[in-house]
Design a protein around this ligand. Structure first.
Ligand SMILES: [Zn+2]
Length: 414
C-alpha cells in the first residue's frame, strides 16, 4: 500500500512559512535565535497543535512534533531546519521540516498503527550562525559546556547572550542529548542545492554519503621588488607560484581524487598588491571535498607535494595551516536501499548521489542509522532568493519520504 502526501496542504505551508522573516529585498532572514527564527518556531508549534500532534522542545531550541510518544519503542525521526542564512530562499531546511510534519499528519489521519513512534523535528541553528550545527550537535551529544561558552557569531555576539535574550539558558542545550538507543532511524529530505538533479531532469536523489573536507590557509612567500628593473629570470614572484599551482588542481584531482572530488581556491590576497611591484607573497584559501577519507588524504598529499615542488623551483617559501578538517559521513546502506526501492515502487526515477554540502544528517549519522532524500534545485541555486523546486518534484520527493518512513516505522527490516 502506498500513502500520498496532501500536496495542496504542503504547498500552502511552504508559501505561508516563506513569508516569515521575509524582508523588502525578498530574501528570508531567519538566522538562528533572531526574531524571524522565533516567529518560524512559533508558527511551527501552532501547526503541530493544529494537527493534533504533541509539541516537544528541548534546551537547544530544537522543536518537534511527536506521534504516539506513549509507545516505548525508539522513535523514527525525520526533519531538517527552519533557520536560514541572511537573504535566503524559502526551501533550504524549511522543506524538510514541512515534509516531515506532513508525513506525520498523513499517518495520523490514516490512523495507522506503526511499530515505532514518530518525531518530525526542526533543528536549531543548522546554518551555523554560532559556528556549528548547534541543534543536531546537541541532540547527538557533541557539545560541551566549554563549546557553548565559546560559541559566538561573526559579529562577536555570544550564543549564551543570544539565547538569554530569548529567555533561554544555553547550558540547557546539554540536556538535549538523546541516547542512541532512543532513535531507531533518522531521515532528512532536503533540496540538493546543486545542479545535478535539475540538469539531468530527475525528480529525486538518495544520498549515499556526505562529503568531508579540508580547508587550508596557504602562503607562498617570495620577494617584492621593482616590476620594471627586475629581469624575469631573477624574480621570486609569489603570484606566479600560485597561478602555476592553480593550473595543476584539475590534474591533481584527476590523478589522485575521485569523480566526486572538488577543490577551490576561494580567497586570494596578493601583497604588497601594486601594479608596479612584483608580488612578495600570496596568501590563499584552499578547500577540497570528497566522500572518502582516503581520497581526501591522497589529495592533501598531492597538494602538499605540488606546492613544495613549485616553491622549490620558483625560489619561494611554502607554508600552510589546517583551518578545518571534517570527515565524510556515509549514510546507512540499508536506508539507501529502502529509499531506492520505495522510489522504484512509486515509479519515480531517482539518482544515487553524494551531498557536497553539510547537513544535520551528518551529526545524526553518528548516533543512528540515517538516510537523506534530495529534490532538485532549479539551476542548482540555493542560499539565494533564486532557490526554487517545482511542486511536482516536491510532491514526488515527499511521497518517497512518506513511504520510506512508513516502512521503517512499520518495522520493515533494512
Ligand atoms: Zn539546509
Amino acid at each position: 500500500m502506498h500513502l500520498t502526501v496532501n500536496i495542496n496542504r504542503l504547498k500552502s505551508d511552504i508559501e505561508t512559512l516563506a513569508q516569515i522573516g521575509r524582508k523588502e529585498d525578498h530574501g528570508i532572514y531567519r538566522m538562528a535565535f533572531t526574531d524571524g527564527d522565533f516567529k518560524a518556531r512559533e508558527w511551527f508549534k501552532n501547526k503541530i497543535i493544529e494537527a493534533g500532534l504533541e509539541v516537544h522542545e528541548d534546551g537547544a531550541g530544537n522543536v518537534s512534533a511527536r506521534l504516539n510518544s506513549q509507545n516505548n519503542n525508539p522513535c523514527v525521526m525525520m526533519g531538517s531546519h527552519l533557520d536560514t542564512v541572511p537573504a535566503a530562499g524559502h526551501l533550504d531546511g524549511a522543506l524538510g521540516v514541512l515534509v516531515a510534519l506532513e508525513c506525520l499528519r498523513r499517518i495520523k489521519e490514516e490512523k495507522l498503527e506503526l511499530k515505532y513512534p514518530l518525531e518530525a523535528i526542526s533543528f536549531s541553528d543548522e546554518e551555523g550562525r554560532f559556528g556549528g550545527m548547534f541543534g543536531s550537535q546537541a541532540l547527538s551529544g557533541m557539545i560541551t559546556p566549554e563549546s557553548i561558552l565559546k560559541a559566538e557569531d561573526l559579529n562577536g555576539v555570544k550564543l549564551v547572550d543570544a539565547m538569554r535574550d530569548a529567555g533561554m539558558n544555553a547550558m540547557d542545550a546539554l540536556y538535549a542529548k538523546r541516547k542512541p538507543e532512543s532513535i531507531h532511524a533518522f531521515l532528512e529530505l532536503h533540496i540538493e542545492q546543486g545542479p545535478v538533479l535539475d540538469s539531468s531532469a530527475i525528480s529525486a536523489g538518495y544520498v549515499d554519503a556526505i562529503a568531508g573536507l579540508f580547508k587550508w590557509d596557504v602562503s607562498l612567500i617570495g620577494k617584492a621588488n621593482h616590476a620594471g628593473t627586475t629581469p624575469m629570470h631573477m624574480r621570486n614572484d609569489a603570484f606566479m607560484g600560485l597561478s602555476e599551482f592553480a593550473s595543476q588542481i584539475r590534474r591533481i584531482l584527476d590523478e589522485n581524487g575521485s569523480a566526486r572530488s572538488v577543490a577551490t581556491i576561494g580567497r586570494v590576497e596578493i601583497s604588497p598588491g601594486a601594479a608596479n611591484v612584483i608580488p612578495g607573497s600570496v596568501n590563499f584559501s584552499l578547500e577540497a571535498r570528497d566522500t572518502e577519507v582516503q581520497v581526501l588524504g591522497d589529495i592533501a598529499n598531492a597538494f602538499r607535494k605540488a606546492l613544495s615542488a613549485i616553491a622549490r623551483r620558483s625560489g619561494l617559501m611554502f607554508e600552510f595551516k589546517i583551518l578545518s578538517e571534517i570527515s565524510p559521513v556515509k549514510t546507512d546502506s540499508g536506508i539507501v536501499k529502502l529509499i531506492e526501492e520505495t522510489a522504484k515502487s512509486l515509479n519515480i526515477p531517482a539518482l544515487q548521489m553524494a551531498s557536497g554540502a553539510v547537513h544535520d544528517t551528518q551529526n545524526l549519522a553518528g548516533i543512528t542509522r540515517s538516510g537523506m532524500i534530495f529534490v532538485p534545485s532549479k539551476d542548482g541555486r540555493s542560499h539565494s532568493i533564486a532557490e526554487w523546486t517545482d511542486i511536482d518534484d516536491i510532491e514526488k520527493g515527499a511521497n518517497i519520504a512518506l513511504n520510506t518512513l512508513l516502512k521503517i516505522a512499520g518495522g520493515d527490516p533494512f
